[in-house]
Design a protein around this ligand. Structure first.
Ligand code: NAP
Length: 284
């Protein structure tokens, strides 16, 4: 081996990972590990626990260690956007990045695939769903809700109703995303469902260890599509109550799988399949 070969990072074994704090709970290493094994790709995907004050330094060093990109999760999604050299329109609109690509020219390319994953999950699991058929109603106005708002507006939703415990965050979304947004008080969440064709829980309520989401569902139309971003548990009380009223429901795990696929393809060169084996791997 020449000196040159021994001092440069390997070009044949691409590395990727997920940067978060905490990161041990992330399902992404299992999912990407499953895809790497399935397609026989000699790469690795690892969890990276990084403090906020170290994020910039870590992002500059990783490409020199053979990393081709990373996913970014809480609390780094907004900071990652500001540290990138090139930002996609959708990441800029959402105000956060979840997928970084380390380009050969040394530049960091930032994207946000959460909204893509949200829509792709609904299209795969509720093929008859038509976002333009009626209003959408979103509970929550955090980072994930912003991605859902952007993707639903992009998919042709004409009226997008939103409510959040902290009303100012919904108002901020209206200020940024425009006239199709209608803000409701958190106390009026049940009324917001009246006539809605698409209903989304984008709060963290209903997650294992958290309080359930308590919203009166009397006004919920049985023809509505109801989805929950929470995927632990897979079948949240909100989804099972909606199903009991006749609604079609879609769980949040598919969003996690679909948002991961574009990054995997960019880093490892193969578009991975989103199927039961991928679901099982993410849940294992
Ligand atoms: P976030 O930015 O921290 O936002 C949390 C949201 O939950 C806010 O709207 C917050 O309201 C609301 N909330 C929290 N506790 C509440 C309570 N006790 N009562 C009422 N509202 C409450 O988090 P995020 O990144 O948007 O994530 C939200 C959820 O989506 C999490 O469960 C996350 O795991 C899930 N998620 C899933 C996927 C997927 O692929 N399926 C992707 C991203 C996120 P306030 O503004 O009033 O605090």
């Amino acid at each position: 081996m020449s000196d040159d070969e021994s001092t440069r990072p390997s070009r044949t074994i691409p590395l990727a990972g997920v940067i978060g704090m905490p990161v041990a709970h992330s399902r992404s290493p299992r999912l990407h590990g499953h895809w790497l094994a399935r397609y026989g790709i000699p790469g690795h995907y690892v969890p990276l626990h990084v403090l906020p004050e170290h994020l910039a330094e870590v992002l500059r060093i990783l490409p020199r260690a053979g990393f081709v990109g990373v996913n970014v999760t809480i609390p780094h999604k907004e900071a990652a956007l500001t540290l990138a050299d090139v930002v996609t329109d959708r990441a800029a609109l959402i105000g956060a990045a979840n997928t970084l690509i380390f380009r050969p020219d040394g530049k960091i390319h930032a994207d946000n695939t959460d909204g893509y994953g949200f829509i792709a999950n609904l299209r795969q699991n509720a093929p008859d769903w038509n976002p333009a058929i009626g209003p959408a109603a979103i509970l929550g106005a955090g980072g994930a809700a912003r991605a859902v708002v952007a993707s639903l507006l992009d998919s042709g939703v004409q009226e997008l109703r939103i409510t959040n415990r902290t009303r100012i965050r919904s108002e901020q979304i209206k200020a940024e995303f425009g006239a199709r947004i209608v803000v409701y008080d958190w106390a009026q969440a049940g009324n917001m469902l009246d006539g809605a064709a698409t209903v989304v829980n984008a709060t963290s309520l209903g997650m294992d260890g958290k309080q359930p989401l308590r919203v009166p569902l009397d006004a919920l139309d049985p023809d509505a599509l109801v989805t929950d971003l929470v995927y632990t548990p897979l079948d949240t009380p909100f989804l099972s109550e909606a199903r009991a009223r006749g609604c079609t429901t879609v769980d949040g795990l598919g969003m996690l799988l679909h948002q991961a696929a574009p990054g995997f393809e960019r880093w490892f060169g193969t578009r991975p399949e989103i199927d039961q084996a991928a679901r099982d791997a993410a849940l294992s």
